[in-house]
Design a binder for this molecule. Sequence first.
Ligand code: UD1
Length: 420
Amino acid sequence: MQYLSIKGNQKLKGSVGISGAKNAALPLLAVTLLSKNRVSIENIPEVEDVKTLLTLLGNLGSNSSCSNNHVTIDTTEVKSACANYEIVKKMRASILTLGPLLARFGHCEVSLPGGCAIGQRPIDLHLNALEQMGATIELKDGYVVAKAPNGLKGAAIIFNKITVTGSENIIMAASLAHGVTKLVNVAKEPEVVQLCEVLQDAGVVIEGVGTSNLIIFGSCGKLLDMKNFKVIPDRIEAGTYLCAGAITNSKITVTNVNPNHMKEITLKLIQMGFGIKETKSTITILPAKKILPIHIETTEYPGFPTDMQAQFMALCTQANGTSVINERLFENRFMHVSELGRMGTNIKLEGHSATIQGDSQLNSADVMATDLRASSALILAGFVAKGTTKIHRIYHLDRGYENLEGKFSKLGAKIERLEE
Ligand code: UD1
């Protein structure tokens, strides 16, 4: 097994190019199941989650080729509508095939997902919405068995909680449904917006894109004429690199980003005393005279993203005072706290709230990655720890960060991937 070795007490400098957004690429690959033609997609991040979904789509019968962050995918030969456990267990987002498969074939079997261990993460909202669209759903031997032999029907659906992949699944299903679907309380994440835009380019009429209320006019089962497109930049990867600049109090620039998608992240960095300079596609972070403590509450977009919570927690250990982070989306998303504790942090947990003592001198340690974003917090902590930190189980990181040690090395970090 591989691990990362990180030398502490580092300064970073220079610039780093940000990849396409993993969380946009996944629904955008799933939506090609609705296409009647081959689709070419640029700026696809080469990360494990994308490879897993391409394997799943390949098992269903699609053909794809991938090189230099460019994927060409043809799903016209897909015959199977069964996403099996062996693949789905690797990645929760495999559930994104449920909506498109059911809409296209009128039946499908998708294994119940595994993925990051950050709380219960049910899919009841996905299933309820599909039932409202006329599907019958059974849970059998660990599989969601869904049927809609006469096709899905437009419906008025209110999500009683905001769900990103749930919104995406139902947007895809509604695009091929018979009639009009009205969705209330839809996620407004940039990744959801891009999915809608790609569907609009394919001829689907969607009103309200970017708001929480969508009206989608289905194609009555007709496959779509999908156009080629380019995946939006990964705001979480960009935010992680900005936090690396922040924790080492260095000046670094992230390029190929959309600063409009990152307002809440840059705002928090400014509140902590860092300088932020933006152009249309770059963000530069400038050192703080004094790193200030902060109060963060994770919420749905456009609020502060839960996927940046762990990285900011590592950063707060270096602030001049006590910070508080409230995690509102996932009940179990504090697993990095005990690993950070092994490096000498002082973080107290009470329910959904973490209180982080600043001015902590961190020590190197052997630590374990527990989920994708938690692992990046350990890297950040490693950059300011005394000595060499070893991070094990880095397959979690490879799920979502492309060429991680290459990109950090380019910024001057002493980071290596080694074999146990
Ligand atoms: C997506 C992102 C993930 C991010 C999360 C929140 C992808 C591939 N993953 O995950 O990186 O951390 O959004 O921004 O895009 N819920 C239910 N029932 C459901 C669905 C969700 O109760 O049927 C709850 C969840 O337990 C959670 C909340 O809703 O408390 C939000 O989850 P959701 O937005 O669905 O997260 P994902 O789409 O899985």
